[in-house]
Design a protein around this ligand. Structure first.
Ligand code: HAM
Length: 423
C-alpha cells in the first residue's frame, strides 16, 4: 500500500473513466449554453459567513458538515459545501445586469459519513438565475435539468415538486408545524426529539419511521400558501405540463438548506434504490441576496451530483460514451531518429489524436503499447520506410493481415488517414 491515500470519502478519477466526467461536463455546458447561461468561476473557499449566515441557519450542511479553517492571517474561511451561496455572493459583489444566468461545475465539501453515493468531496453541475420571480423561469430551469438527464440516457428519473411559499407563508406554516411537533415530541426519532425546536422543517426531511408518523398527521405546506404563491406554483405546474415533464407533487419536500422559498424540486433516480438517490435538486431562494448584503432579488437554481449521475447511468445500464476520448493513431518508430516526433506533430496539427512510444523500445514492445492504447491505426516507420518517405499503416482492429496493412507515402498520409478513420 502506498504511504498516502486519497482522504476518506474522496476519490481519484483516472482515464478512461474520467472521459465520462468530461462528457458529462461538456453535455451540461452545451445545455446551459443553449439556454443562455454563461460560466461562472468563484473561489473554492469563502468567508464562513457566506455559508453560515447566522440566526435562522440550521441546515446540517452549514452547522455540522463544513470544512472550516483559519488562514495565516486569522481569517475564518470555509471550503464551499455547495454552489448557490458563492454565486449569490458574487452577484451581490459585482451587480451584473439581471436576469443574471450562471452555470458552474465545482467540487463541494461536506464532512458527512461516507457511503455509496455520499462523499466528503463530491462534484456538482449547476445553474443559478437572479433577478426575476417569473414562474416561466422556474419551468425553464427545471426543463434544463430534465433535458440534460434525458441526453445522458437516463429514463428512470422522477421529478418531485413542492412550493414552500414566500417568507410569510413559510413562516406561518413553520409556527403551526412547531405546535404540532411540540405536542408529539416524545414520539419523534432520537435526534429530533432533542433538536426539533431549532428548525421544525428539518423534521419534515427526516426519513425515520417515528418522525414520518408524526409529520404525516401534521400540517402540510400547500395549505399555507397565500394567493400569490398559490398562483405562482400553478403557473410552474402548468408550464411543466405543457412541456410534457411529469411531476410528482411532494408536500414534504423542504430540502436541506434554509434559504428555500416557493418552488422546490428534487430529481430522484429510481434505479439507485432508496438511499442517496437524489441526482439533483434546487429551488427558489428569494431572500438569499438580502441575507448576503444585497438588494432584495429573487433567485432560483439547481445542483446535480456528477458521481450520482454516473451511478444512476450505471444502475440503468446506460453505456453510451458522451465524448470520444480514444486515440486515433499510435506511431511505432524503430529508426532511432526524430521522425516519430515530426510525424506525431504533423498529424496532431491536422486534428488526429496521436500517441507514441518513448525510450527507444523494441518493435514488439511498441506494438504492445499500440494495442493497449486503444488506437485504431498504428503507423510503423523503420529504416526502409524512412528511406522511401513512407509509413506502414496497420489497422489494429482488422483480423485480415493482408487487408490490414499497407504502405502509404508521407505526403498522402493525412488524406488516407482521414478516409480510413472517417475523420
Ligand atoms: P443539494 O441537494 O445539497 O443542493 O446538492 C445537490 C446535489 O448534489 C444532490 O442532489 C446530489 O446529487 C449531490 N450531492 C449532495 N451532497 C452529496 C454528497 N455528499 N456526495 C455526493 N453527492 C452529493 C445544493 O447543493 C444546492 N446548492 C442546489 C441548489 C442550487 N439550489 C438552488 N440552486
Amino acid at each position: 500500500m502506498s504511504t498516502f491515500q486519497a482522504p476518506i470519502g474522496t476519490h481519484d478519477v483516472l482515464a478512461p473513466q474520467s472521459a465520462l466526467w468530461e462528457g458529462l461536463v461538456a453535455t451540461f455546458a452545451e445545455h446551459a449554453y443553449r439556454s443562455g447561461f454563461g460560466l461562472i468561476l468563484t473561489p473554492m473557499f469563502e468567508d464562513v459567513g457566506v455559508f453560515h449566515r447566522g440566526i435562522g441557519e440550521h441546515s446540517d450542511v452549514a452547522s455540522k458538515e463544513m470544512y472550516v479553517f483559519q488562514d495565516r492571517g486569522e481569517r475564518t474561511y470555509a471550503l464551499r459545501p455547495e454552489g448557490t451561496a458563492s454565486v449569490v455572493r458574487a452577484f451581490v459583489q459585482h451587480q451584473p445586469t439581471t436576469p443574471f444566468k450562471a452555470w458552474y461545475v465545482t467540487p463541494a465539501f461536506r464532512y458527512e459519513r461516507p457511503q455509496a453515493g455520499r462523499y466528503r468531496q463530491h462534484h456538482q453541475l449547476g445553474v443559478e438565475v437572479l433577478g426575476t420571480d417569473d414562474p416561466a423561469l422556474d419551468v425553464d430551469v427545471i426543463a434544463l435539468a430534465w433535458r440534460f438527464y434525458q441526453s445522458l440516457g437516463l429514463t428512470q428519473i422522477r421529478l418531485l415538486l413542492n412550493s414552500m411559499g414566500h417568507v410569510e407563508c413559510r413562516g406561518r406554516f413553520v409556527e403551526v408545524l412547531r405546535g404540532h411537533l411540540d405536542e408529539h415530541r416524545e414520539q419523534l426519532c432520537d435526534e429530533h426529539r432533542v433538536t426539533w425546536d431549532k428548525n421544525p422543517l428539518r423534521v419534515l426531511d427526516c426519513k425515520k419511521a417515528a418522525c414520518l408518523e408524526v409529520t404525516d398527521a401534521g400540517p402540510t405546506l400547500p395549505d399555507f400558501l397565500c394567493a400569490d404563491c398559490h398562483a405562482h406554483f400553478g403557473h410552474v405546474r402548468a408550464g411543466l405540463a405543457q412541456l410534457n415533464i411529469e411531476v410528482t407533487l411532494d408536500p414534504r419536500l423542504v430540502r436541506g438548506f434554509d434559504y428555500y422559498t416557493r418552488t422546490t424540486f428534487e430529481f430522484v433516480a429510481d434505479a439507485l434504490g432508496s438511499a442517496q438517490n437524489a441526482i439533483g435538486g434546487g429551488g427558489r431562494y428569494d431572500g438569499l441576496s438580502e441575507q448576503l448584503g444585497g438588494k432584495p432579488t429573487s433567485g432560483i437554481g439547481f445542483g446535480s451530483g456528477i458521481e450520482r449521475l454516473l451511478l444512476a447511468r450505471e444502475a440503468e445500464g446506460v453505456t453510451s460514451n458522451l465524448i470520444n476520448r480514444t486515440i486515433d493513431v499510435f506511431v511505432v518508430d524503430t529508426t532511432a531518429t526524430q521522425v516519430a516526433s515530426s510525424l506525431a506533430d504533423q498529424l496532431r496539427n491536422a486534428g488526429f489524436a496521436v500517441d507514441r512510444a518513448y525510450d527507444g523500445r523494441s518493435m514488439k514492445s511498441q506494438m504492445k503499447l499500440a494495442d493497449r492504447s486503444g488506437a485504431r491505426v498504428a503507423l510503423l516507420i523503420g529504416p526502409q520506410e524512412l528511406e522511401a518517405g513512407q509509413v506502414t499503416m496497420r489497422d489494429l482492429r482488422s483480423d485480415d493481415f493482408e487487408q490490414a496493412q499497407r504502405r502509404v507515402a508521407r505526403e498522402e498520409l493525412i488524406d488516407v488517414l482521414r478516409a480510413h478513420l472517417q475523420h
